[in-house]
Every structure is written in structure tokens, then in C-alpha cells.
Design a protein. Structure first.
Length: 385
């Protein structure tokens, strides 16, 4: 069932694999358009489960539960890339799943991802497959004594990553990773990081949100800005072309995000692909007529694209557990007093350091002023102003 032959109408039920904040924002968009949503695979009271019609708490390997779930939904999509490919393949025997397994498989394995990109002629950081301490030692030398060692699977937000240099204790680093293969990447001395969220529809058409400039803190996305004066028209077109090539290569129907490094020579290198909406696209909820979640809904339901043009400049600031540990009611009053600030919280009750709890989107014609305001009110929540 790789191509869509029918339209999934409002009133139908969409199955969502994963219950995190991306599933939650999808469910909100889907419900607004009159769809029902059932969540599969996350614990009770999940961010998505709170705003959905039903949650299934079974494992992704539970064949019986997957079959039953498939009977209750009209189409399935997902909100994270660590859904086992076998789960999607099981579901596909009963119900359409978008995007299909090809992009999912590549995006959950860094070596396969980068090898596929290379095959498409898309530039990435130089990389090597590493299977032993001696390969690691040699790779570091090949990369000029400075590299990043990453696990091939289950790495996100900087998890499973170690910066290694020629002075590093390769034996200890290799052993602590405790895997049979890893990827070593040359450190890219990037000028900035950007991303593009793109959608592809059953008829093969693609649509692209404006590219977004991203700042990370401790490898976790902190602030996203769109539009950015640092992203040229030429770079925008190049990012779109790369995204289109990837969407077509994997025959994607759905939403995908491509993260890039922009070098000082204005070259774009792909860092990562996500087979779903992305944290850097959250500002589209308030800055575009059709958000990245509505685009996901439209694509998986066989409906056409919405208007993805930026209606207003916007800045998104993540709210991590770190920002919300000491939140005072008066600081929230200040946040809500600003008409240009949109508050998004994900309904997570336990506040942990590094945990994504929500985000703020600040709308305004001057993105520099919007970022300043966002940072100021976020610092206020932390009690540091
Ligand atoms: P990742 O989990 O691979 O997306 O990496 C998270 C962040 O680590 C990226 O957004 C970059 O800020 C940084 N990073 C990862 N790989 C590299 C690299 N090869 N060169 C420079 N910075 C990197």
C-alpha cells in the first residue's frame, strides 16, 4: 500500500505512533479539522494521549495489539523516528502508513542515512564507519585530530555523541560506547545551522516552509528564527532542492525536516533528516496558515497542500525543564501579558533538566527584537532577571 488511492475525510480516525509533543500538536491540528486521533505506544497521560480519543499502551512489538489498532484507524502516521520498521511493516498489511518505511529506516541509522545522502550526491560532513579502537584512532588522524564519534542508532539531541581528538583515550571512549559499529564525523566549523521542513503529497507535489535558523545549547535546539538575514535566497533554493531530492528518493508522503550546517563558504551540508515534523518547525503554528502539523495531516489524508508561506516573522524559544524549575506565577503573568507571545506547553507533569516541556513563539516584524523579548521573558521564568 505505498500509494494513496483514497482521501481520508474529516470524521475519520488517524493512528499516531508515539505520544510525545509532536503527536500532541498533530492531534490538536487534526481535531481542529474534525478528525479523531488514536495514539499507540506511549505511557498513560502522554502529551498526545491527553488530547486524543484513545491511547493504546501496548509495545511496538505486540502483533495482536498492532492488528487491533489497525482495525480502529483509517491511516497511520508517526511522530518519532525510533518506531521499529517492523512495526510499520506489520501495520502496512492492514492500513496505509505514511511516510512509508524507507525514509524511516534511513533516518534511524546514521550510517545508512549518510550513505544514502552520498548516493543522492548530497554533501554531508566527512564520515567513516568505525568498528574498533584502531579504526577510531586512524579516523581521528584522517580527520586532522578533531572529530565527533556518534552511535549509529538512538542518537538525538546530542545523546550518544563524543568529541574526540588525537590526545583522547580512544580505548576508553570506544569501550564506553559499548557498540559494534559507530560513525566518526569530521567536525564542521559551520557558520550557522539551519533547517527546512518540507512536505510531499500523494500526487508527488512538494511544498516547503521558509528555512529556519537554529541555535543549539548543549546539542539541544534552543532558538529558531525565520526568516533570517543570514540565509540567502540562493541557500533557500538549494535547501529546497536538497529536500525535494530526499523526498523523491524515499518516495515520501508526509512531512520531513532536513537539518543543515552552512559553512563559511556558503556550502550546505546535511546533518540529519527527520521523517516527521520537527522542533525547528514549531513556529509555523503561529506564523503560517497551514502549520507543519496541518501539512502532515493533509499529506497523510490525501488532501492537498495548505499555504505554507510565512505570514509574519517569528522566533521560537524552547522551554526545557531547566527553564521551568522555579517558575513563579508573576513571571507567567508577564509572559501572557505580551500579545506577541504564543505559549505552548506539552502537558508534561514531571520537570527534568533537558526535558522539552514547551516552547514560546514570539511574533514580530523585527526578529532581533522578538528574540530579545523571548529571551527576556524566558529568563524571567527562570528567576534570573
Ligand atoms: P545531531 O544529534 O547529530 O543532530 O547533533 C546535534 C548538534 O551537535 C548539531 O546540531 C551540531 O550543533 C552538533 N554537531 C553534530 N555533528 C557535528 C559535526 N560533524 N560538526 C560540528 N557540529 C556537529
Amino acid at each position: 500500500m505505498s500509494s494513496m488511492k483514497h482521501v481520508v475525510r474529516p470524521g475519520s480516525t488517524i493512528g499516531m505512533l508515539g505520544g510525545g509533543q509532536l503527536g500532541r500538536m498533530f492531534a490538536i491540528a487534526a481535531r481542529q479539522c474534525g478528525f479523531r486521533v488514536q495514539i499507540y505506544g506511549d505511557p498513560e497521560e502522554s502529551p498526545a494521549g491527553q488530547v486524543s480519543d484513545r491511547s493504546w499502551f501496548s509495545s511496538f512489538a505486540d502483533q495482536d495489539a498492532l492488528r487491533q489498532f489497525a482495525q480502529h484507524v483509517d491511516v497511520v502516521t508517526y511522530e518519532q523516528e525510533n518506531i521499529p520498521v517492523a512495526t510499520v511493516e506489520t501495520l502496512l498489511q492492514h492500513v496505509p502508513v505514511f511516510p512509508g518505511p524507507e525514509l524511516l529506516r534511513a533516518s534511524q541509522h546514521r550510517l545508512l542515512e549518510k550513505t544514502s545522502l552520498r548516493r543522492m550526491g548530497i554533501p554531508t560532513a566527512d564520515f567513516l564507519k568505525i568498528t574498533s579502537e584502531s579504526e577510531l584512532r586512524k579516523g581521528i588522524l584522517d580527520f586532522g585530530g578533531d572529530a565527533i564519534l556518534k552511535t549509529v542508532t538512538l542518537g538525538y539531541d546530542g545523546k550518544g555523541q563524543t568529541r574526540v581528538g588525537s590526545e583522547s583515550d580512544c580505548g576508553a571512549i570506544w569501550q564506553s560506547l559499548n557498540v559494534s559499529e559507530a560513525i566518526l564525523e569530521k567536525v564542521v566549523p559551520f557558520a550557522h545551522e539551519l533547517s527546512i521542513v518540507a512536505s510531499r503529497f500523494a500526487d508527488g507535489t512538494c511544498s516547503f516552509f521558509a528555512p529556519v535558523m537554529n541555535h543549539h545549547e548543549n546539542h539541544i535546539l534552543d532558538v529558531s528564527i525565520s526568516p533570517s538575514a543570514l540565509i540567502s535566497e540562493h541557500q533557500t533554493l538549494e535547501a529546497q532542492q536538497i529536500a525535494r531530492t530526499i523526498l523523491e528518493y524515499f518516495d515520501v508522503i508526509g512531512v520531513m525536516c532536513v537539518e543543515f550546517f552552512a559553512t563559511h563558504d556558503n556550502e550546505l551540508l546535511v546533518n540529519e533528516i527527520a521523517p516527521r515534523p520537527h522542533n525547528s518547525g514549531h513556529l509555523t503554528i503561529n506564523a503560517c496558515r497551514s502549520s507543519q502539523f496541518e501539512q502532515q495531516l493533509r499529506a497523510v489524508c490525501g488532501l492537498g497542500t495548505g499555504d505554507v508561506s510565512l505570514q509574519t516573522p517569528a522566533v521560537m524559544l524552547n522551554l526545557l525543564g531547566d527553564h521551568l524549575q522555579h517558575q513563579s506565577p508573576s513571571a507567567w503573568q508577564t509572559v501572557f501579558a505580551h500579545p506577541e507571545i504564543h505559549v505552548h506547553l506539552y502537558g508534561k507533569s514531571e520537570i527534568r533538566l533537558g526535558r522539552k516541556m514547551g516552547h514560546l513563539t514570539v511574533i514580530g516584524h523585527d526578529v532581533v527584537a522578538a528574540e530579545r523579548l523571548g529571551r527576556q521573558v524566558r529568563a524571567g521564568l527562570m528567576g534570573t532577571t
